[in-house]
Structures are given as structure tokens and as C-alpha cells.
Design a protein around this ligand. Sequence first.
Ligand SMILES: Cc1ncc(COP(=O)(O)O)c(C=O)c1O
Length: 356
Amino acid sequence: MKKNWFDEKIDKFSFIGGYQKPELISDAVKLDSNENYGISKQFQNDILTSARKNSDVREYPLGGVERLISVISKFVKIPSSMIGVGNGSDQILDLILANFASKQTKVLTSNPTFGFFEERCKLYSIPLIAIPFSNDMKLDIKDFIKQSKNADILYLDSPNNPTGFQFSKSELQKLIKSFNGLVIIDEAYGEFGSYSLASMVKTQENLIVVQTVSKSFGLAGLRLGYFIANKKFTNTFMTILQYPYPLSTITIESGILALEKSNLMRDAVTNIKIERKRIIETLQKYDAFEVFDSQANFVLFDAHGVYKRVYSALAEQGISIRKLGKIGNHDGCLRVTIGTKEMNSKFLLAIRDLLG
Ligand SMILES: Cc1ncc(COP(=O)(O)O)c(C=O)c1O
């Protein structure tokens, strides 16, 4: 081996920033990662306790993924042969990029798009064609249809992180039908939006819809994502691309129990939508802010010149939101996750004390 080869190789990665995690603030009112505290701690304790009883971690979870997939199949009403799983939807996106894209593959997406996806494209030197959001944080479908002629893969997070924007269902279907390449629709926040494209997979061979229990089910720490796609892709992904045992026994067993109680998730989503409206309407009352509509469990707003002050003042009070800064012509973007009523009230009161 050539001397320093290893060192040089490590240095080559330094041009990639890596995914920016939020600051770790202890005991924070955590409104920075689009987690869902509307799912009670009791629910979490119950499923983890039962999962432990069903688990023997001396063994590899042989047959576990298959049992989990059959429960996901009932939940999404799609046959098991069209469902695959991953260690978070992050891992599913990563495996697709690593195996289906290269330096020659052009990926069409929006700007901004999901930060992790963008970082993985950089890691694999995959070129991105990124269509910017308009000033009011909307996308124009015509721009996508035009640019899709030059692309091999279309990736859209629907609703989009961090804007909260979602195309109308018919517009997105039109774009997908007009596109020849691979389409990845990331529905991490799908339950908070107005529709899902999961059933379109039955008729659209080039479509992969990715979903997760991290957001609507409030189980981000389980690291459980899944996708819905045609049988041939699903079989290749699960038997060749995916690891033999991608999920821990505890993740499998807890995931099964959570999906069987999806009514709790639906109640939590309903409450989050009510709270989302309250947060948007309250923030809109401040002249200092420009607030964007959202179909997700977070709200993006431009605090212009005061965004650093708002972010730090909240952090000092133990309220953690996400500081994003410049998005297009908007210089001071902040993103706040919709928490429980109590958490949201703390956030809104702190804003009132600062600006009211
Ligand atoms: C758009 C989008 N997709 C995927 C993910 C990753 O979700 P998971 O926890 O399933 O890896 C996130 C998490 O923030 C996200 O915002």
C-alpha cells in the first residue's frame, strides 16, 4: 500500500460537511428535530415492556423482519411483497443512492431538500439539479416537468423538510407519470399532510414511497423506516442490498406493537394539526416574522435580522428550535417543531416576552 494512502483518502471526505445535528441542550423543550411528543411516554413504556418480553437478544432476529412487514402491510393496505424496511428511512435512502446512482446519475430535487439526502449525494459525488422554492416557499410543478427531461432520479420529500410544502396530489401524480426515471417520494411527514402516494405504487413501476415511524408515531429512537415499491425492486433490495439483519429485535417487536395501535398515532396527528394552526396564526401576528404555511409537524418562519437573537433567547430559556439561516432570499429562517400544547405555549410565551 502506498504510504499515506489512507490519510489522503480520509482528507478527501473533508469537503463534505456531514449532516448537521441540532445542538445538545440538556432538559430542553425540544422543538428542533421534528419529533412527536404527542405520543405519550406511557405508550412508549408499554410497547417497550411488551417488546422486551417477546425478545431473546441472544439470537439474531430470524423471521422478525418478515413478521414486521406483514403488520406494515396491514397498516398501509399494500401486499407484503411490495414492502421493505430499513434502519430509519435514512438508511433506505442511502442504500438506494449507493446502489442505483453514480457520478453520471442526475438527481432532480428541490432547494432546500432533506439535508441528509443532499449530504449523501455529495458523499457519492452524485450531481443534483435543485429547483429553488419561490419567495413564498412554494414550488412550481412546471419547472419540475421541464427539468425532469434531464434527470435520471426524482427525489421529493412530500411534505418538504424544512419548508412544510406539499404539491397538490394531482400535480405530483402528473409529474410522476410524465417522468421516465426512478422516482423517490419521501413521506416522512406524510401523515401530517393531506395525502399519501403509497397506493400509486401499484400502477407506477418506477415509484418508491418511503415512510417512517419516527415522526407520526413518535418513535424516532427506534430507527425504523419502510418503503413501498414494485415487487422486483423490493425483492432485490431486501435480499441483496439490505443487511441480513437490519433491525434490532427490540425495534422489530416494538414496531409491530406500535403499528397495531395506529389509532393513537392518528389522535396525536389530529392534535398536532390543531396546534400547527395555532402556532402559525400566533407567529403571523408579529411584524418581525414572515411565516410559511405547513403540511408537516413543524413551521418555518423568517425572522429576518432578529433570527439569531430569537434563537439564542429561546436557547437560554431551554427552548431548542432549529436555526437554518438563509433559504433563497430569506435570510433568517428558523424552524420550530409542533410539540405538545404545553411545549408550544412555552415557545409562544417566550416569543411574546422577547418581541411583544
Ligand atoms: C424528509 C425526511 N426524510 C427522512 C427522514 C429520516 O427519518 P428516519 O428517522 O426514518 O431516518 C427525515 C428526518 O428528519 C426527514 O426529515
